[in-house]
Write a protein that binds this ligand. Sequence first.
Ligand code: AOF
Ligand code: ZN
Length: 366
Amino acid sequence: MSTADDHRFMARALRLAARGLTTTTPNPRVGCVIVRDGERVGEGWHQRAGEPHAEVHALRAAGERARGATAYVTLEPCSHHGRTPPCADALVAAGVSRVVAAMQDPNPQVSGRGLQRLRAAGIDVECGVLEPEALALNAGFCLRMRAGRPLFRLKLAASLDARTALASGESQWITAAAAREDVQRLRARACAVLTGVGTVVADDPSLNVRLPAAERQPLRVVLDSTLRTPPDARLLGLPGGTLLLTALPPDDLRAQMLRAAGAELATLPAAAGGGLDLQAVAAELARRGCNEVHVECGARLAGSLLQAGLVDELVLYLAPLLLGDAARGLCRLPGLERMEQRIELEWRDVRRVGHDLRVTLVPRVR
Ligand code: AOF
Ligand code: ZN
């Protein structure tokens, strides 16, 4: 089989994997295509944790035609007994003769052992086809496995002069309907939607997914070191669950009231300058299986996350408006004394979304 065919079938497997974009958490999105004599005889993708992996769906579809076939998988087939038995064993049992994987599984329970097991069974194994695309699809999962923290995607919406609200706090509506719907899609793919208590108190946001096809609500997370969340806050009553991260002990009176109002609470260390230790927040969310955390917050938390190096992706919606100097800025950062203290980003993507622009940035690696 030629390299071009390998790329074509792996691209197809990646598209299948992306069908699990909003549903596989805490698992990665994985797709599989089984090809015999140049023809696709089975396809599958991982849909939900606890359900069969991509390979199992594809092998079931292929049946006997899997014998002697090539399996294209966007992630190394697993070798461990998790919620389901090892896919490497299933591929061996089905008699495939070649396996092409896009990338190794960063899960320490697998990390190369799946490929090893296939090779030991005499299967021709190749790894690394369309690897950058596969890594991008599961960037959060990879970060959680390798660094013990989720990927943080910070969403901001501002006027052309980078103002997010009037001095009065009034912020509806800066961006138009298409941009707000785009944000809904970003929320839907996230494992958790995070904000600060200031936003909860000021705006009483829902932070849920309101797309017709939504079958899962991300966990809502509020950074609330002193438990100022009102027990009647809108987000506490919605499906999907709300986690309040606080520095107060679990037996605090407010903690008890908020638990009674439906919140889950976890106590974390406070940061030296007030608020919570953001690295501890990241570690706690990873521990809970969060791969991607979508952040919608005020200028203070946005600034703190940027300073802590915890913004892996910044998605900024820019509306064609000017709000003037008295309006509120994008993110609060300490004044710089030297240019070398600046936070540098790189443009990743620019596109128009309805009336607004969406620019996506990532930290610049120096
Ligand atoms: C695969 N194919 O489609 C996926 C894989 O506990 P489990 O059974 O849900 O396994 C989850 C782990 O399996 C996950 O952390 C990752 O290492 C791997 N995911 N592997 O061969 C798949 N989703
Ligand atoms: Zn598997």
